[in-house]
Structures are given as structure tokens and as C-alpha cells.
Ligand binder design. Structure first.
Ligand code: NDP
Length: 296
């Protein structure tokens, strides 16, 4: 079998267009969703993410509030900012860009975010709601991964799903989303025995490990849907000295030879993250104003 490539970039673009229309409709009713992004310090990768989040927020017709704080910001100052954003009526979503600089503790900052504005889905309340199947805001990358699964497999009920990785950020929420849709879910991790055999059971295989091209042909069942969440930068001597390239946690060519559909890296799950952040901001704005979420 030669796999269909799941084009996350196109899917994300299409989702952003649909969000933009819904936002315009909402604006007509007097509600303009607002997203506040807090960046502490000058980590170059975080700066790039924050810039593109702000750009896409504005392109979607939403308000973007950027708060750039120096690396010397104290824990108290950061938590006070979150408290102010909680109280700010114009702000529907709050995202604190992680990682924070050394010396700042992320957990109490995240805990301060009003769950109604937790568009990153990282508070314990959001995680608890997801785990107990109640309505709430879902972490963006897992939500993006799930939307891509459903783009090729609209009904996952009864399917065997194996998620490799059990982080709170990716693995566990992806597992919860698949479980909610009635898949039979296995979560594998670094202590899993005979990982390849476990993975080969999967109709849906989700890799969220952080190890370049760790899952190969041996891990993929013929006809499986493979979702590669991994983003790893590896040396690429073929491109020149000191050059690098991005690869996923799945050895793409080997897996694609067996899979029915597969996400590439880059261009798969990655582009879905910001699109889902916008979707969550829209969801939060509708919920805060007592409006139904428009069909997207
Ligand atoms: P973590 O490092 O938090 O978790 C990795 C998980 O993989 C752990 O549960 C770990 O198991 C498991 N693992 C590690 N080694 C093995 C192994 N040899 N066999 C089986 N399982 C193993 O990573 P994240 O969940 O935060 O991220 C995973 C990947 O997703 C990364 O490549 C990251 O860059 C990418 N990512 C992409 C995003 C995007 O597309 N926008 C956003 C977030 C992440 P154990 O718990 O036992 O240690």
C-alpha cells in the first residue's frame, strides 16, 4: 500500500478560513474574540511562535494582545499579569508561551489562568474536564492531531488506537480525545514491552515521542492511519555543513509504504496547532458570551 499524504498545511488553512468567517459573523453581533499571548524573555524559537500566533490571530479578524516581558520578570509580576488578563473583558483567551526562563515556575502561572480563557488547555481544570468527558478547552496540538485523524477516518468507533508518548501536553490528551470518540486506546511509553508489536495492533498510530524517526515499517500495520506529532531537528550533511532538517518520530518513507494515510513532517500536525488555538479562542469567546459555537 502507498499512503495518502494528510496535508495538515492545507487543512489548517481551510480551518483558518472557516474561523475567519465565523469571527466576522460574531463581530456582526458585537463580539470580537481577543487572544492575549504572554512571552517572557527572549528565547528565539518562542519569539517566532508568538509572532506567528499574533499574525494569524489578526488575520482571522480577532484582537491580539501581546505582552512581552523581560527575563528578569518576577513570579509575582507574571502571575499578576495573568490575574489582570483574567479580569479583562476584551480577552477571551490567555496563552503563556512556554518554556519560561530559568527561575520562573510555570505550574502556578498556568494554575492562575481562568479555565474559561485557557485556550492552551493546560490547566488542571481543563485536563480534568477532558478526562471526565465534559465540555472544556482542549490542548491545541492534540486537537489538531484528532482533526487530522477524522479527516481520513470520520468514525473511529471501535478502531484500535495506539499513542506512543504519555505527556500531559500531547500523549494523554490525544488518548482522551480518541477515547471520547469510542476508539479502543492503548498508551505506550518508554517502559512498554515490545513496542513494535503493540504499535502493529493500531488502526490509528499516533507518535508523540520526540525521537527522530524512531517508528519504522516494523511498527506500522498494513492500512493504518499514522499521525506523526514529533518535531525533531537533525543534522543534514547532504544539504551542506552545519545544515539541519526537520523530521518526525516516524520514518516517513518506510511507514508510508504500509500505511493507508500518513502526516508528513513538516506540513502535518505542526500547522494545525495555531489553527486550533484560534478555534479555541473562538470557542472561548462564544462560551463567555453565551453564544452557540458556529459550525466550523
Ligand atoms: P515528552 O518528552 O514530554 O514525552 C515523550 C514521551 O515519549 C514520554 O511519554 C516518553 O515515555 C515517551 N518515550 C520516550 N522514549 C521512548 C521510547 N524509546 N519508547 C517509547 N516511548 C518513549 O514530549 P512531548 O509529548 O512534549 O512531545 C512529543 C513530540 O511532539 C516532540 O517531538 C515534540 O517536539 C512534538 N510536539 C509537537 C508539537 C506541534 O506539532 N506543534 C507541539 C508539542 C510537541 P516516558 O513517559 O516513559 O518517559
Amino acid at each position: 500500500m502507498s499512503a495518502a499524504i494528510i496535508d495538515g498545511k492545507a487543512f489548517a488553512q481551510n480551518l483558518r478560513e472557516r474561523i475567519k468567517k465565523a469571527v466576522a459573523d460574531l463581530a456582526g453581533r458585537g463580539v470580537v474574540p481577543g487572544l492575549a499571548v504572554v512571552l517572557v524573555g527572549d528565547d528565539p524559537a518562542s519569539q517566532v511562535y508568538v509572532r506567528s500566533k499574533a499574525k494569524q490571530t489578526i488575520e482571522a479578524g480577532m484582537r491580539s494582545f501581546e505582552h512581552r516581558l523581560p527575563a528578569t520578570t518576577s513570579q509575582h509580576e507574571l502571575e499578576s499579569l495573568v490575574a489582570r488578563l483574567n479580569a479583562d473583558e476584551a480577552v477571551d483567551g490567555i496563552l503563556v508561551q512556554l518554556p519560561l526562563p530559568a527561575g520562573l515556575d510555570a505550574a502556578p502561572v498556568i494554575a492562575k489562568i481562568d479555565p474559561a480563557k485557557d485556550v492552551d488547555g493546560l490547566t488542571d481544570i481543563s485536563a480534568g474536564r477532558l478526562a471526565s468527558g465534559r465540555r472544556g478547552l482542549v490542548p491545541c496540538t492534540p486537537l489538531g492531531a484528532m482533526l487530522l485523524v477524522k479527516s481520513v477516518l470520520p468514525d473511529v468507533a471501535g478502531a484500535e488506537a495506539v499513542i506512543v508518548g504519555r505527556s500531559n501536553l500531547v500523549g494523554k490528551p490525544v488518548a482522551q480525545l480518541l477515547l471520547q470518540e469510542n476508539a479502543t486506546v492503548t498508551i505506550a511509553h518508554s517502559r512498554t514491552r515490545d513496542l513494535a508489536a503493540v504499535c502493529r495492533r493500531a488502526d490509528i498510530l499516533v507518535a508523540a515521542v520526540g525521537r527522530p524517526e524512531m517508528l519504522g515499517a516494523d511498527h506500522v500495520k498494513e492500512g493504518a492511519v499514522v499521525i506523526d506529532v514529533g518535531i525533531n531537528r537533525v543534522p543534514a550533511p547532504d544539504l551542506g555543513p552545519d545544515k539541519t532538517r526537520l523530521v518526525g518520530d516516524v520514518a516517513f518513507e518506510a511507514a508510508a509504504a504500509k500505511a493507508r494515510a500518513i502526516t508528513p513532517v513538516p506540513g502535518g500536525v505542526g500547522p494545525m496547532t495555531i489553527a486550533c488555538l484560534l478555534r479555541n479562542t473562538l470557542t472561548a469567546a462564544c462560551a463567555r458570551h453565551g453564544l452557540d459555537l458556529p459550525a466550523l
